[in-house]
Design a protein around this ligand. Sequence first.
Ligand code: TXA
Ligand code: MG
Length: 328
Amino acid sequence: MAVRGTRDEREREAAIAAAVTALSAGRLVGLPTETVYGLGADADDGRAVAAIYAAKGRPSFNPLIAHVPDLATAERHGVFDDRARALARAFWPGPLTLVVAKRPDSPISDLASAGLDTIGLRVPANAVTREILARFGRPVAAPSANRSGRVSPTRAADVVEELGAAVAEVIDDGPTPVGVESTIVAVLDGRARLLRPGGVPREAIEAILGETLVDEPPPVDDAAPLAPGMLASHYAPRARVRLEATTVAPGEAVISFGPDRPAGAEHAAVVFDLSPTGDLAEAAANLFRALRDLDASGATTIAVAPIPAEGLGEAIVDRLRRAAAPRP
Ligand code: TXA
Ligand code: MG
């Protein structure tokens, strides 16, 4: 496994070339995106996609997002109506995944789309990864580069920690600026549906559509989730996570939000301020690093201050609820 930096033009060029070579050989690559790091493979190559599921320990019924360099390429794999096109034009490149009908002639492997007749497509905003996608010339299937059920990686070092043995290359383009995964919207027949809150706030999507999003009902049971992000327990650190904490017990680790820390925070083992000014974008960017760092501190409980569930806060609260859910 090689970690490739992107600090200067020569390094960047070498990193892009190495990623394209590895993808072409059916190997796995840790790729930076604006949301979280992805575990990428040639989406057309069923064996390469199978290696993603194996590395993550992911149940194979969970479909993967196919990453492409632009809308024109996305339209070769999925059916875009006016609404889907409007959303793509408004938010791509960026943290939005569109689930649309999969074109029968799309070469994307059935394993990547988990046998569904729909496909999740996304144009990520990271410039290095877009260049890799453009040069590779085929869609890249990429879930978040963490083992299934664990905290998503926002730094190249997290990818190495999670999956170092399984990847051929990790492209280190620094910490991911958005910090939570893409918003997933299904645009099929009928009303558009929000499958996962994420980096594009619901309100921004509704403003483009001119209608409210339907919330996908939660799955009946964990054995048949609509999306793995919808498994009750997900994004789980080793420590127990306690939400809506307004007071802190001595020795707990604390995630704080806004200028005022929860009462008793001075007796905490360690405190991570997500955003001292109460800025939700800053908090989202820091969220997964906070969970990872506090977990590494050895604390057995992470107490999390209340965070408003509006705008980007909806994705933050969603991830925290899953991190706090009872473990299987
Ligand atoms: O920001 C992101 O979306 C990151 C970066 C790497 O792009 N990727 C990511 O992938 O979060 P993953 O696999 O961890 O989550 C993708 C979600 C899953 O919950 C999956 O079930 C859902 O997208 N998904 C993909 N295709 C789908 C489809 N056809 N129908 C419904 N859900 C789909
Ligand atoms: Mg994930």
